[in-house]
Design a binder for this molecule. Structure first.
Ligand SMILES: Cc1cc2nc3c(=O)[nH]c(=O)nc-3n(C[C@H](O)[C@H](O)[C@H](O)COP(=O)(O)OP(=O)(O)OC[C@H]3O[C@@H](n4cnc5c(N)ncnc54)[C@H](O)[C@@H]3O)c2cc1C
Length: 356
């Protein structure tokens, strides 16, 4: 039996950050067990690479404001992972849930820069389908650069990382929690469940209901007109094309075609998959942005997206930081976007029983 002070299940961006924070709080033996062969191989890598600055959430002022706060901090702390010189464009579709003037008012309310851009409108969009577009301040991040930096921080902090190891909580008492792995079980004083899409599948009961979606991100070589630009069309069943820096290409996601299936039951589901929908994504996107017809499809990445059932139909993006009902020594953590990590860390540091 290995003995540790804190065991983190899942070496994504969240698990790694929590491991570092626990070290800072004075925990001695902190261990991450990750079922993939390295850190940040799942949702922390397969995502749209957008550091949200509020624009995405015109129907939730609080999410807009918290995104703005976290955006600035993220950019300051991760300059090495920020992709420079990308002009971010938000197009407002004619049948959007918000109008152009509502979007501009929302940006004003949350203090986010936005400028109506007629030139880009003429160059990129079909005016019959897009009401107006705005040039905004938002960035794409390079997930590979984030992971490299994170790995060196974990090593420097003395966090013990075990890869290719799947853990499952088997029992607990007042003093510790036992986590079974394929080889040696681990006895931990505290366990942090940071497994994102597997949050309800590691032997810890989770109060919040989560919904898992099998999602497809198409990777494309964008048309010349998109060079140095990223486009998001709002607000409803539309699409987004962003740089995907870790593969030197662009991603394309579409609200209707990216999710393939979803489920809310605990545990892994039998995945039903009827082939890539990249062609449909490109076809529909081209109606709004004719130049997208000439984009070249390079392949697709698939990942399970995890959302709280309670925020499914709203723009709210609350974090989960749950102390288990069964034991004070088990926590489940879920952040809906990369920058929410700061909300989780703030919450963690407020837990008096974790202070050494
Ligand atoms: C399609 C998609 C697009 C997204 N776009 C954006 C975006 O543009 N901007 C943004 O900010 N956020 C975006 N997100 C959300 C963002 O990716 C997540 O909030 C974030 O990556 C979650 O990090 P994590 O560490 O919790 O999860 P993960 O990175 O998935 O880490 C969880 C880890 O736990 C491991 N694990 C699971 N079970 C076990 C086990 N039993 N034992 C050991 N290890 C285990 C997994 O292998 C995994 O590595 C997107 C997500 C998806 C899926």
């Amino acid at each position: 039996m290995r003995e540790v002070d804190a065991l983190i299940l899942g070496g994504g961006f969240y698990g790694c950050h929590i491991a570092l924070a626990l070290k800072e709080l004075g925990f001695g033996r902190v261990q991450i067990i990750e079922r993939e062969p390295g850190i940040m191989r799942r949702a922390s890598y397969v995502n749209q690479a957008r550091v949200h600055n509020g624009y995405h959430y015109p129907r939730s002022l609080t999410t807009g404001i918290s995104s703005r706060r976290n955006f600035n901090r993220f950019v300051e702390e991760h300059p090495f992972a920020v992709v420079p010189d990308v002009e971010m464009i938000y197009g407002i579709a004619c049948n959007s849930r918000v109008t152009g003037s509502q979007f501009a008012r929302f940006c004003d309310e949350i203090g986010a820069a936005c400028r109506e851009d007629r030139q880009v409108m003429n160059e990129l969009f079909d005016p019959a389908l897009i009401e107006t577009c705005f040039s905004v301040t938002e960035i794409a991040f390079d997930a590979s650069a984030l992971a490299r930096n994170m790995m060196s921080r974990l090593v420097a902090a003395g966090v013990d990382c075990r890869f290719g190891v799947k853990g499952r909580v088997s029992r607990w008492d007042d003093q510790s929690v036992i986590v079974d792995t394929a080889d040696t079980p681990v006895r931990a004083q505290y366990v942090f469940n940071c497994t994102y899409a597997y949050l309800d599948d590691v032997g810890i009961r989770v109060r919040n209901r989560i919904k898992k979606e099998l999602t497809e991100i198409a990777l494309i070589k964008p048309p010349r007109e998109m060079s140095g630009r990223a486009v998001t069309v709002m607000d409803g069943p539309f699409f987004s094309s962003m740089p995907f820096p870790s593969r030197s290409c662009y991603s394309l996601t579409h609200v209707r075609y990216t999710p393939h299936m979803s489920w809310t039951e605990a545990g892994e589901a039998a995945l039903r998959f009827d082939g890539s929908r990249a062609e449909m994504m490109i076809r529909d996107t081209s109606r709004y942005m004719p130049s997208m017809r000439t984009s070249a499809y390079l392949g697709s990445l698939y990942e399970l997206k995890t959302i709280l059932v309670k925020s499914e139909n709203s723009d709210s993006r609350p974090i989960v930081f749950e102390r288990s009902d069964d034991s004070d020594r088990m926590y489940s953590v879920l952040g809906s976007k990369i920058d929410n990590i700061y909300d989780v860390l703030a919450y963690l540091k407020q837990q008096p029983w974790l202070l050494r």
